[in-house]
Design a protein around this ligand. Structure first.
Ligand code: GLA
Ligand code: GLA
Length: 686
């Protein structure tokens, strides 16, 4: 594993600003010129200049065009595109083009195709149909990466390398024989002996004991619920297998062009897909992320959380928004267009959380193919559209924000932890409640912070949280001894810990901590739970202060003199027993919430903790909850990003009076006092 305290992401792609001081923010898109005739390319660069585009990601799905057969290469068209872009002042984040193998390769080597858990082949016809552990695929892909790298090593347009594309988006869990062989090697490294593996996997259960490494398989389709530790280790292995592939491409690129930074686009909100990006972050020279807004009541909070978490993965350093959408996507059941103001607000929310690049999928909306109804910077209807006018306006906004480039996020006093092992383990099968939603609970706590007007940092558990005043750990289900010790130490030093139902239950092998839940956190919380008592879908319980809980309850006993009951159940099987507890030792505190309260129900709990910790909102009371505040800073300046979370005008008086205005999407700075719905202002406090 990479040491997360020593990030490598110190190198940033060159944009048109050239050397000397921070350049302007990067702005652009995935550019797929191979889908268009050459006449269109000229129109593309004209419009890119008009929009203020200064970087594009090129060649992502170009393998079949660059290498039409095993022995034929065609770089001429890409040479022309690179030259054309450079002539128009546009830098290139050049893909290694390995994302989607061409038909000749899968015809010649069908053994690179992934296999699903039921043993069916995943056929070509879409994209990313390759086994992460296939030595044959790797040989061809690395040869392509090397050819691309050598060809363009000295091209003046080259600003960065883009490894593959969204590694693992469609192929992370492959159950093939290649995967089985690689899984065994990974397990031997992890456990050394079969005895250790048999213990970790609890194979005394259901007669699963292994007598030979060769007997071990990926968790393929089984007669009943497969071994949970085997499932968890297979998730960890699958992420590591793609990390290993990422390393292999990075090694080629760093060897050929040691000075060109390398990235790959993460999907930090898609932890359920099975990729541990917090762990991968140490492999790249700068962190990139893709984000697509969800379509539900949490959309805006989810957007902010995603950007915030990406910053956490990047250690607070600037990062690259590699993809988002100007408007609709094509891959949900219904794909609504974005309402007015959302395009700019969504982009600037990422910048507010440390993105120094705003890029879209994609530049020109495809006329053919599976993504023809996905929005782009240039829509089907062309340049005479509100989308393109807005895109051009966004380019102007980003130029005004040039001073922000290179600044870091100013740490908040409150952290919400993001723990992928807990997400994976808590949502496995055969559990008390299959409706448990790790991401949703985390978002509820995050939203409650925003509703209270309090700045918060989302942090992977592997990053240092010790310096925060308040640490919220929703559904921290899997707690190894080392993490338990960190949390206990945090409270002992005066920190305020908040956690929820189904936390502290298992260790790193998914073995239950015995002698009463929440085993690992029992002492620090000063409670003991005899039995978990989840609720049926639609079932509700009432707390004695009128709040409503869903999803979960516990049969809680208070075991420590310094633990108080903040709220008790007033209805349901646990009526009269504690629902929310808080242990208050001499310093610090540890709060436990045993039911799902939703953001509205969480806010009063959080307010109590924040008050105890002395954390106050930096916003005037009239603005709390209505705007989101983030702060980026360097040694000399602070930049306050104020994002209107509502669709109505918001009066910024009290905040803007003591600041200069760097940007207001209201356009007219006089209009700043009234920030329009979905508007964003960037203020420089005086
Ligand atoms: C992903 C991919 C892109 C494109 C978009 C569409 O992010 O990386 O190639 O398919 O989804 O939303
Ligand atoms: C069946 C099986 C048991 C056990 C239970 C679980 O009854 O015979 O071994 O798995 O289901 O409910």
């Amino acid at each position: 594993m990479t040491d997360p305290s020593r990030p490598r992401w110190v190198r940033w792609p060159r944009t048109v600003a050239g050397p000397g001081g921070p350049g302007p923010l990067a702005y652009g898109a995935d550019y797929n010129p191979e889908q268009w005739p050459r006449e269109t390319w000229k129109d593309d660069v004209r419009l890119m200049q008009q929009a203020g585009v200064n970087i594009v990601s090129l060649g992502i799905f170009s393998w079949a065009t660059l290498q039409p057969s095993e022995d034929t290469w065609d770089f001429a068209w890409l040479d022309d595109v690179m030259d054309l872009l450079h002539d128009h002042g546009i830098a290139v984040d050049l893909a290694t083009a390995t994302a989607s193998p061409p038909p000749w390769l899968t015809t010649k080597h069908p053994e690179i195709l992934p296999v699903d858990h039921a043993g069916s082949t995943v056929w070509p016809g879409a994209r990313q149909h390759w086994r992460p552990t296939s030595p044959v695929f790797r040989r061809y892909a690395l040869a392509l990466a090397e050819s691309v790298a050598r060809r363009y090593a000295d091209h003046p347009a080259l600003a960065a390398w883009h490894v593959s594309n969204e590694l693992g988006c469609h192929n992370v869990h492959d159950y093939s024989d290649d995967a089985a062989a690689a899984f065994r090697v990974w397990l031997q490294e992890r456990y050394s002996t079969l005895d250790a593996l048999n213990h970790a996997w609890g194979t005394a259960f259901w007669s699963q004991r292994y007598g030979d490494w060769a007997e071990i398989l990926p968790p393929r389709l089984a007669a009943a619920n497969p071994n949970p530790t085997q499932q968890l280790d297979f998730k960890r292995f699958s992420s590591d297998a793609l990390k290993d592939y990422l390393r292999a491409e990075c090694a080629v690129l760093h060897r050929v062009t040691p000075d060109v930074p390398v990235t790959t686009n993460f999907m930090v909100m898609d932890g359920d897909k099975g990729l541990d990006f917090a762990d991968w972050a140490g492999e790249v020279d700068f962190v990139s992320n893709d984000h697509y807004v969800v379509v539900d009541d949490r959309a805006l909070d989810e957007l902010s959380y995603s950007a915030n978490l990406t910053s956490g993965m990047a250690g607070g350093e600037r990062w690259f928004l590699m993809e988002h959408s100007t408007s609709a996507v094509n891959w949900r059941a219904t794909n609504p267009a974005k309402p007015d103001g959302a395009l700019v607000r969504d982009s600037l929310t990422h910048v507010a959380h440390g993105a120094d690049a705003v890029c879209f999928f994609q530049w020109r909306q495809s006329a053919a193919g599976a993504e023809k109804y996905h929005s782009a910077m240039v829509p089907h209807a062309g340049e005479d559209t509100e989308v393109f006018r807005t895109v051009t306006r966004l380019g102007q906004h980003l130029r005004r924000l040039a001073p922000v480039s290179g600044t870091r996020r100013k740490p908040a006093r409150v952290a919400v932890l993001f723990d992928l092992d807990s997400w994976w383990a808590a949502e496995q099968d055969s559990h008390p409640n299959a409706s448990l939603d790790y991401r949703r609970e985390g978002l509820d706590w995050y939203a409650a912070c925003l509703d209270l007007g309090v700045r918060v940092d989302v942090l992977p558990t592997s990053r240092s949280f010790e310096e925060y005043d308040v640490v919220v750990a929703p559904v921290l289900h899997l707690v190894p001894a080392a993490l338990r010790d960190r949390l206990v130490g945090f409270v002992e030093r005066g920190g305020h810990l908040v956690t929820t139902y189904f936390s502290g239950i298992v260790d790193e092998h998914d073995h239950v901590w015995l002698d009463g839940y929440p085993g690992a956190l029992r002492d620090v919380l000063g409670i003991r739970i005899e039995e978990l008592a989840p609720l049926l879908d639609g079932e509700q319980v009432t707390l004695d202060d009128g709040r409503v809980g869903t999803l979960w309850t516990d049969r809680i006993e208070v075991t420590s003199e310094d633990t108080e009951v903040l709220a008790a159940y007033a209805s349901g099987p646990q009526a009269g027993r504690p629902a929310i507890t808080r242990r208050v030792p001499e310093r610090g505190s540890a709060t436990y919430v045993s039911t799902r309260l939703g953001a509205g129900g969480i806010a009063p709990v959080l307010a109590t903790v924040l008050e105890h910790a002395g954390v106050e909102s930096e916003l005037p009371s009239a603005l709390r909850g209505r705007v989101e505040l983030t702060v980026r800073a360097d040694e000399t300046s602070e930049y306050w990003f104020v994002i209107n979370r509502t669709a109505e005008d918001v009066d910024l008086a009290g905040l803007a009076d003591a600041a200069d205005v760097l940007l207001s999407t209201a356009g007219d700075e006089e209009a700043l006092r009234s920030l329009p719905g979905r508007g964003v202002a960037v203020l420089v406090p005086r």
